[in-house]
Ligand binder design. Structure first.
Ligand code: COI
Length: 356
């Protein structure tokens, strides 16, 4: 159990007036959590302090070799007035899987969850309540040693910041166009694709710029070896409804194990839908589309929740999906996941965790 000290701000900021114009990740709440690590001493000095700039040596290792991990979570004000977070144990576990891969020390899961709850509790009046909004939670760890050699750092900071946010994609639930990348790859097995770390996102930018220049909003990655199999979208996992079956690429070491991905799989199974986690080739998608069997496509992620896909482009092929509106199953999944998150629906899976 952490003994978290609290230093409250003496200059609370004005909260956003128009919650419909929040955007994503642009505004930050009054406080943040911070905790230090030093080799031989472990994690120490957990504290909540006013949101502030930090000062580092320009030689801090995170700036040079990217030794860092991050997580994404959300807090909601439930229909019953209570504050909730969603499946935090999965984020705590995944944070440590990322830490392991990046030679960052483990954070005890209960400490991770306690820290998230404590800072959310402190700033719970920053949770927006307009439709589609939430308090986005960004826990992260950075390597802080002042050293230019390539080696694991001996010092780290674990920080949690909070951002009242609206939809990740400005179009919300309007189906987006996705660019299937044919030049760059994101990750290969044995690499860091399954970890939530900045390097994966830095590696995605060049393709994202190309996609944006062509009017597409996101990139869908193919596997890094054969460039035949579907992996994930940069900020989301991907699902296909093929002839009534829910299909998503299996976790193969190069795909991020998404919390929303896991929740959607459990939900669809509980509805008795056929669900398959397996390799999905681009050829299979092209064929399913030609045969009129690619019913729906959507991305899943904490930030985006469900993002319907209306168009998939691969070199000269463009597959139109649906009629320009969100598909029936995608909508039902969105309504159920957000209904559980917002305590509008029962929570048969025990996913909601109250912050008190
Ligand atoms: C999330 O969905 O929480 C993520 O971390 C994706 C991020 C790139 C916005």
């Amino acid at each position: 159990m952490l003994d978290i000290k609290i230093e409250r701000t003496t200059q609370p900021k004005a909260k956003p007036e128009d919650e419909s114009a929040l955007g994503f990740g642009k505004i930050f709440s009054d406080h943040m959590f911070i905790m230090n690590y030093t080799e031989g001493k472990g994690w120490y000095d957990p504290r909540i302090v006013p949101f502030q700039r930090l000062s580092f040596s320009p030689a801090a290792m995170v700036f040079h070799y990217g030794q860092e991990m991050f997580e994404g979570m959300k807090a909601y004000k439930g229909a019953d007035g209570k504050t909730y977070i969603f499946r935090p144990e999965m984020n705590a576990r995944r944070a440590n899987a990322s830490n392991d891969r990046l030679c960052i020390p483990q954070i005890p899961e209960e400490d991770f969850i306690q820290a998230v709850k404590a800072v959310v509790k402190e700033d719970e009046d920053w949770i927006p309540t307009a439709e589609g909004t939430s308090l986005y939670i960004r826990p992260f760890v950075i390597a802080t040693d002042e050293f230019l050699g390539v080696a694991p750092s001996k010092n780290y900071l674990f920080i949690i910041i909070l951002s009242p946010s609206g939809a990740y994609y400005k179009d919300g639930l309007k189906p987006v166009g996705i660019w299937i990348e044919d030049e760059y790859v994101r990750a290969v097995k044995g690499g860091i694709g399954f970890a939530k770390t900045g390097g994966n996102y830095a590696a995605s930018l060049a393709a994202q710029v190309k996609a944006h220049d062509d009017g597409y909003s996101q990139v869908l990655w193919l596997d890094g070896v054969e460039r035949k199999y579907i992996e994930e979208v940069g900020a989301m996992n991907i699902f296909f409804i093929i002839d009534g079956t829910v299909v998503t690429p299996a976790l193969n070491g190069s795909i991020l194990p998404g919390v929303t991905r896991n929740s959607v799989l459990e939900l669809c199974r509980s509805w008795g839908m056929p669900v398959e986690e397996r390799r999905v080739s681009l050829d299979e998608l092209l064929e399913a589309h030609k045969a009129g069997k690619l019913d729906e496509v959507f991305g899943t992620g904490t930030a985006a929740v469900i993002s319907p896909v209306g168009k998939l482009r691969y070199i000269n092929e463009v597959m139109q999906i649906g009629d320009g509106n969100i598909g029936k199953i995608s909508q039902k999944i969105y309504d159920t996941v957000t209904g559980i998150q917002l305590a509008k629906l029962d929570d048969p899976f025990g996913w909601r965790v109250v912050v008190e």
